[in-house]
Design a protein around this ligand. Structure first.
Ligand SMILES: NC(=O)c1ccc[n+]([C@@H]2O[C@H](COP(=O)([O-])OP(=O)(O)OC[C@H]3O[C@@H](n4cnc5c(N)ncnc54)[C@H](OP(=O)(O)O)[C@@H]3O)[C@@H](O)[C@H]2O)c1
Length: 394
């Protein structure tokens, strides 16, 4: 098979997107041909222009008309889509083999569904696709025979460990969590922490939303949901353990008491690359782990009381219906407010709990199967709630 793999990279200007392009360049140098046929960004037309120069895609997409016109003037031979529908259009291109979805937020779901409904392989970083649209993604996979390969380091670890045993023999999935920058802070200092504090993440350098979500452990709750959807394991068999060094990325316990773990340097390019080359492994010169130099690794129980947002997100998962859509949308808005200095860390968990309480009394559509219209209306509803929340203690 000599044809190169045609790849579309959505969210190419973000943290994962930039690293994915680095991986593609490394794979090319290692003799693995990937042709980038499409790239998408939201507003960052300047970085997108640099990426066009580097990989010469056939088509790109940008949300803003002004940026799109600027790109068309510069690259007359590249098709430039504009508007919010661009990523889904790219994901559905005829010649595409693999779609890397590295968009942040609920908006990523449409592109995941567009790719899967054409039977494509999706290397999925956009965890919101599974958090808010799990049943829709599962249905698309069953109906159209596409494939989903996780990019998130924890799920890549689980994916790799699960390969070593039979599904029926799995007792438990154990996700590791660094605990984020506030793990060892006393509760009062944590409650009043700001965005600047949250950006001192001890082990990972990531996009803005996921960095804040890592500090509240909303991200970890999302990962429990992702694991449940991806591997079809019930919630009571997915647990979380604090592991501050982020060296062991997750573990699988089998029925005989054996636990398999996957370990690597905390570098997202490793799981991104595995998602692109699976089931092959390729040496592209990514950093290696010097195990003997590690010294001690720490593992400890998660104290859920310290991170109330974690429990709220999982309560939404158990509530069913559009509860997770609402909580995710509220989180997107609240994280935006936190980044603007409008609210403090403690308000994030309070805002999510209020949104879920109001969802239970005002929406509670848990008896109905989820569809895209329900997703859109719960998303809108929760965004307006979260935007209007005032926090008494401020
Ligand atoms: N970063 C990590 O280490 C990491 C690890 C595991 C999973 N993930 C997941 O991967 C996804 C991406 O994370 P990230 O950290 O790379 O995020 P990021 O750095 O914020 O980048 C987000 C990307 O999505 C684009 N985007 C933003 N809003 C959009 C919209 N409304 N419509 C279309 N595109 C939009 C951005 O374009 P502009 O640049 O033009 O704004 C950018 O290319 C998230 O779901 C995250 O949870 C990330």
């Amino acid at each position: 098979m000599s044809r190169s793999t045609n790849l579309v990279l959505l969210g190419s200007t973000g943290s994962i997107g930039v690293q994915a392009l680095d991986v593609v360049a490394r794979l090319r140098r290692a003799g693995k041909a990937f042709r980038v046929v499409g790239l998408s960004a939201h507003t960052n037309h300047e970085l997108l222009a640099e990426q066009i120069e580097a990989v010469r895609p056939r088509v790109v997409s940008l949300a803003t008309g002004e940026g799109a016109r600027w790109l068309r003037d510069r690259f007359p031979d590249v098709q430039v889509l504009e508007g919010d529908g661009g990523p889904a259009e790219l994901a559905a291109l005829e010649e595409v083999d693999v779609v890397v979805n590295a968009i942040v937020g609920a908006v990523g779901l449409a592109a995941t569904l567009a790719a899967l409904s054409r039977g494509r392989t999706v290397a999925l970083a956009n965890k919101e696709s599974l958090v808010i649209g799990g049943p829709l993604v599962r249905a698309a996979l069953e109906r159209h025979g596409g494939r989903l390969i996780p990019v998130d380091s924890e799920h890549s670890a689980l994916f790799q460990c699960l390969d070593a045993g039979r599904k029926g023999d799995v007792r438990r999935l154990i996700l590791t969590a660094s605990g984020g920058p506030f793990l060892n802070l006393d509760p009062a200092a944590r409650a009043s922490a700001t965005a600047e504090d949250a950006f001192r993440h001890p082990t990972w350098s990531m996009g803005r939303r996921i960095t804040v979500d890592s500090a509240t452990l909303v991200n970890k709750a999302f990962e429990v949901i992702e694991a449940h959807i991806l591997f079809d394991v019930s919630y009571d068999r997915v647990s979380v353990v604090i592991h501050p060094e982020s060296i062991v990325h997750s573990l699988v316990e089998f029925c005989d008491g054996s636990i398999l773990a996957q370990a690597a340097t905390p570098d997202m390019r490793i799981p991104i690359q595995y998602a692109l080359t699976y089931p092959e492994r390729v040496d592209t010169g990514l950093p290696r782990l010097d195990v003997a130099a590690l010294g001690c690794l720490e593992f400890r129980r998660l104290d859920e009381e310290q991170f109330p947002a974690f429990a709220t997100v999982l309560a939404a998962a158990l509530a069913g219906g559009s509860a997770l859509v609402a909580v995710n949308a509220a989180d997107e808005v609240l994280v935006g407010r936190f980044l603007h200095g409008d609210i403090v860390y403690g308000d994030l968990a309070i805002g999510l709990a209020i949104t879920l309480d109001r969802w239970r009394t005002e929406v509670a559509d848990d008896g109905r199967p989820l569809d895209l219209l329900t997703v859109e209306s719960a998303d809108r509803w929760a965004r307006s709630i979260a935007a209007g929340l005032r926090f008494d203690h401020r």
